[in-house]
Ligand binder design. Structure first.
Ligand SMILES: *[C@@H]1O[C@H](CO)[C@@H](O)[C@H](O)[C@H]1NC(C)=O
Ligand SMILES: *[C@@H]1O[C@H](CO)[C@@H](O)[C@H](O)[C@H]1NC(C)=O
Ligand SMILES: *[C@@H]1O[C@H](CO)[C@@H](O)[C@H](O)[C@H]1NC(C)=O
Length: 282
């Protein structure tokens, strides 16, 4: 995904820790089980799901906040968000995109069960194969879908002027974050490396925000996209500037209550969610 690319960029161009940094595929769920992992990046949704059972995880840095979008086919009679009621709408089950879809629909009084939620396949570059979200939309097998980029952009391009787009950053944005554990943060040497890595991410962010034309091709190459499509969706990505948003705790409290219901578990207390956010590295 686009979100992860600032990590290899930071390692290649800016990171100056004591220990060399290596990136491997995985996520926040690996932190409690594999102690060779110092850091992990994931959406806040996955962070919260794992924090519920592993209170030693810490959210220490916000890499990027992304305003997800829904693309709908006007030919299916959809011109406003509430028109999604009763339509075939897809997203990725159990992901941050599902949280996004539910919150968007709830904001216009459409209950979660009023539209279908079935996972399709992702597509990073046109032409999109059979069974992928953009192809399902273009062939009218579904009426709309909500997801991260570039899949929504490819759906939009696939149906052209029939596309209706819905987005609302104040209702939901992905908070793609960097995580570690209290054990790693408590180790003096590891902590210095973690601080160096966060610093490198901030330097990367400065490039991503101020000179994006230098990285469109780089990001496209890493994520298997076309550079022009990276450029088209760039404005939906707010790269972290080394601060935590004021509403972060409130946002996590609300989302955890929702996830607890979905996952049929006990919610995490506000006091524990406050501990999940660790600004000491910043
Ligand atoms: C959808 O959920 C609402 C509220 O949770 C419930 O009242 C309604 O019966 C459900 N509808 C269907 C078709 O399951
Ligand atoms: C986004 O959502 C907020 C809160 O529901 C609402 O006040 C605002 O009008 C919405 N913005 C758009 C562009 O729909
Ligand atoms: C950093 O980003 C946040 C959230 O987008 C914003 O509110 C804040 O003003 C920014 N701070 C600086 C120094 O740019």
């Amino acid at each position: 995904w686009i979100e992860y690319t600032s990590q290899p960029y930071a390692i290649k161009n800016f990171y100056k820790g004591y220990t060399a940094a290596h990136l491997s595929s995985g996520g926040v769920g690996d932190l409690p089980t594999d102690t060779s992992i110092d850091l992990a990046a994931n959406a806040e949704t996955q962070g919260l799901k794992h924090y519920a059972n592993h209170k030693n995880i810490r959210l220490i840095y916000i890499i990027v906040e992304v305003g997800y979008r829904i693309v709908a086919n006007k030919a299916s009679g959809i011109t406003k968000l509430a028109d999604l009621k009763g339509k075939k709408v897809r997203t990725f089950r159990g992901s941050s995109a599902e949280v996004f879809m539910d919150k968007m629909l709830a904001s216009v009084g459409v209950p979660r069960n009023a539209s279908t939620h079935v996972s399709g396949s992702v597509c990073m570059k046109a032409p999109c194969a059979s069974g992928t979200y953009p192809q399902l939309l273009a062939s009218k097998q579904i009426d709309a879908f909500g997801l991260w980029e570039p899949i929504v952009e490819l759906g939009l391009k696939a149906i052209g002027e029939n596309a209706a787009i819905f987005q609302n950053f104040s209702i939901y944005r992905e908070v793609y974050s960097l995580y570690s554990t209290t054990e790693k943060l408590g180790n003096t040497k590891t902590r210095k490396d973690i601080v160096a890595f966060a610093k490198a991410l901030k330097q990367t962010s400065d490039v991503y925000v101020n000179k994006p034309e230098l990285v469109y091709q780089y990001v496209a190459g890493l994520s298997g996209m076309d550079a022009s499509v990276v450029q088209d969706v760039w404005p939906d990505h707010r790269w972290g500037n080394g601060t935590m948003p004021d509403d972060l705790l409130e946002f996590l409290v609300e989302e955890d209550a929702y996830l607890a219901k979905m996952d049929k578990r006990v919610g995490v207390s506000r006091a524990d969610l406050a501990k999940f956010i660790d600004t000491s590295v910043l």
